[in-house]
Ligand binder design. Sequence first.
Ligand SMILES: CC(C)(COP(=O)(O)OP(=O)(O)OC[C@H]1O[C@@H](n2cnc3c(N)ncnc32)[C@H](O)[C@@H]1OP(=O)(O)O)[C@@H](O)C(=O)NCCC(=O)NCCS
Length: 458
Amino acid sequence: MAQKDLKAMSFEEYCRTVFDAKKIFEKPEAFKGYTAISTTQYILGPSCANYFAELGMETIKIELPRRGEPMRHTTPYNEPFLYPLSRWMPDKGTGLGFFGANHNEYFLAVDFHKPEGVEIVHRIQAKTDIQAENYRPGTFDRWGIGYRQAAKINPRMVYIWMGGFGGWGPGRVRASYDILGQAQGGTFSITGMPGPGQGHPAIGLPSKHTIWLADYWGGMMGCFAGLAALWWRDNISGTGEFIEYSQVHGATRIIEGTIPLFARYGVIAQRWGNWDRQLCVHGIVQCGKPSYPGSKIPLEAEPGQILISAPEDGEFAKLCQVIPNLKALASKYAKYDDRIQPKAQSEIYLAMEEWAKDKTKEEVWQIMEKNEINSQPVWSNKECSQQEHFHLRDELHWLDDPYFGDVLSQGLPYHLSDTPARHRWVFKPVGADNEYILQKYCGYGLDQIRELEKNDII
Ligand SMILES: CC(C)(COP(=O)(O)OP(=O)(O)OC[C@H]1O[C@@H](n2cnc3c(N)ncnc32)[C@H](O)[C@@H]1OP(=O)(O)O)[C@@H](O)C(=O)NCCC(=O)NCCS
């Protein structure tokens, strides 16, 4: 497209043109030519390597022969008839928990306990730019395939180890999962309904997130650190480096001002449920009517919720004009500082919920939209899946996956106009690419590969 044509476009037209999803596969990939190893399990490490693969690196996931990594079989909705775990375990499927974190990868099976397995890893490491790994601290070092050994074979290699509590320090040795990281990192203690005596009408407990927030966020931070190390290698030093990422510290990084809040003022941050401690109105309002009253699905038969955001004084004054029940509170809580007090919030939200009692979330949304007040109904996965906006922008798309079949899947939430990331396939069975990878990276012939298979090394 000529530059002047682009210049003449409206911003919306410009975005639609340069990010056109139909052109993604005609454009180059930012990291084409780079190779990554993914010796990862569950979500933290896998999602990091998945981002490398989305950006164009040839990414080789290495798993335990036959069984694969635990995420394949620790979540439900596996579909054995569609998707065997490996050619040795055709009766077992891969659960949907594996779905989001292993796109575009090549799947190799290697037993790291066997010397021939170690030899395979070393041969691949010799030709690799970056490796993501998230076993316990020191496991790979003990097996002779960690950063220290790899750097001797290939000093240009960047290696990111991702773990729970860090690779050193008194608390380092424990195994970890997303929720352990969040529990120690401080995110759970401020999520959920408040305890008694906080001034909130609902009393509750800390709440865990349903999504693996520390893992996906950690994977992204790991990818970000890895790309920085590659930039440094390619532009400054010529050598790789070792990176450590900790789930716990990643969680603490996003609890923001709560650390200085305690350090400077001695205040322990409280849970405040679906409202916000620092902004009011800026929270979820319970409506009284369900959006799908006839539905047999309990969640759909429930009354809906809507997020309403009008925290500034002017916005709150406008909201008070729109919601009759709030009129009496308009001058009492006209000032931001008064409005964020617990008692004020209780009065304000309860008045709004009284008003929303005979409405669905869509009816409230319509009223808010008409009056230009920021709001958004709380949507389920089904409601997200049905949004034309998501589909048109390729944020949701149908993949014709070679193994999985037709599957509605998330697209990429970030778009690069010239070097877009992309999804080629979702994932494959354990060891599906044994031959391709062992021939290309290790120079092995088919007979040798068969022998390795026979001896359970791959
Ligand atoms: C996830 C976690 C708890 C699993 O712990 P674990 O299985 O007890 O210990 P490791 O991760 O060190 O894995 C070692 C085991 O993996 C198995 N294994 C996995 N892949 C293997 C392979 N390709 N070849 C050989 N053994 C393999 C072995 O049984 C090995 O046990 P061994 O040392 O007795 O031989 C741990 O790796 C961890 O804390 N990781 C960091 C935090 C994290 O990323 N958590 C997951 C995301 S929520």
